[in-house]
Design a binder for this molecule. Structure first.
Ligand code: DX5
Ligand code: ZN
Length: 224
């Protein structure tokens, strides 16, 4: 892990959208580091979630780092609106962008951190040319589109490859894991070399989400 600090990012996908203020307050009380915002377009993935206006509105309710995960086709057409809405980082999918390097530059042009993601069936080496340009790599450990799915174990091999490649080239991007992170998987996810754990259903589905965040954090760190 090279001494990298573990960070946690609850995903609002599983939140109660009728009370976003309350849900963001919960994320805050859980001492989370980031808020993960899943944007789905009904084309790249089957579901539709929310657009830039939603992020702009909830931006006023939280000072945490907003990590916007674009599961959309043609991400280049959406960067400006999600940057202006108040995202701190914008992550898009390599499968959705022909000119991925240009999209990274576009995101950085708005002064935002740039992230690249890949679905389980995409080989991790597809990202290697971009590793020197991005701030984070988000490894999908489920097929994107829904919360509450089971983590696909082979995806964790990609985390280990990314961590090794980062070390070999002296790079500094963060590694994020998204999908199926819960009490049973958090330790393995962290051990593979993950810096940032995203979890939706494990957090919002818990009886006491604030306590659950602490439990997940300590499991990931091997403290329980
Ligand atoms: C899935 C989304 C995830 C989702 C994870 O396509 O990208 O961020 O919220 O949900 P859980 O943690 O329930 O697997
Ligand atoms: Zn996500």
């Amino acid at each position: 892990m090279e001494g990298r600090k573990l960070r946690i990012a609850p995903s609002v996908l599983s939140a109660d959208f009728s009370d976003m203020k309350g849900q963001l307050e919960l994320i805050n009380r859980a001492k989370a580091d980031w808020v993960h915002l899943d944007v789905m377009d009904g084309s790249f993935v089957p579901e539709i979630t929310f657009g830039a206006k939603f992020i702009r509105d909830i931006r006023e309710c939280s000072s945490l780092f907003f990590d916007t995960h674009l599961m959309v086709n043609h991400p280049e057409t959406f960067i400006e609106q999600f940057a202006l809405a108040g995202s701190d980082c914008i992550t898009f999918h390599i499968e959705a962008a022909v000119h991925a390097h240009r999209v990274v530059q576009q995101i950085k042009g708005f002064g935002k951190q740039a992230g690249i993601s890949l679905v389980p069936s995409t080989p991790v080496e597809a990202l290697f040319p971009l590793l020197g340009s991005v701030d984070l790599v988000l490894v999908m450990t489920v097929n994107p589109g829904y919360g509450g799915q089971e983590l696909i174990p082979f995806c964790l091999e990609k985390v280990a490859s990314l961590a090794a490649e980062r070390k070999r080239r002296g790079l500094n991007f963060s590694i994020v894991v998204d999908g199926g992170v819960n009490r049973s998987t958090a330790r393995a996810v962290r051990e593979a070399g993950t810096d940032i754990l995203v979890f939706g259903s494990a957090f919002f589905g818990a009886e006491d989400p604030v306590a659950e965040a602490g439990i997940l954090r300590s499991i990931a760190e091997g403290m329980r």
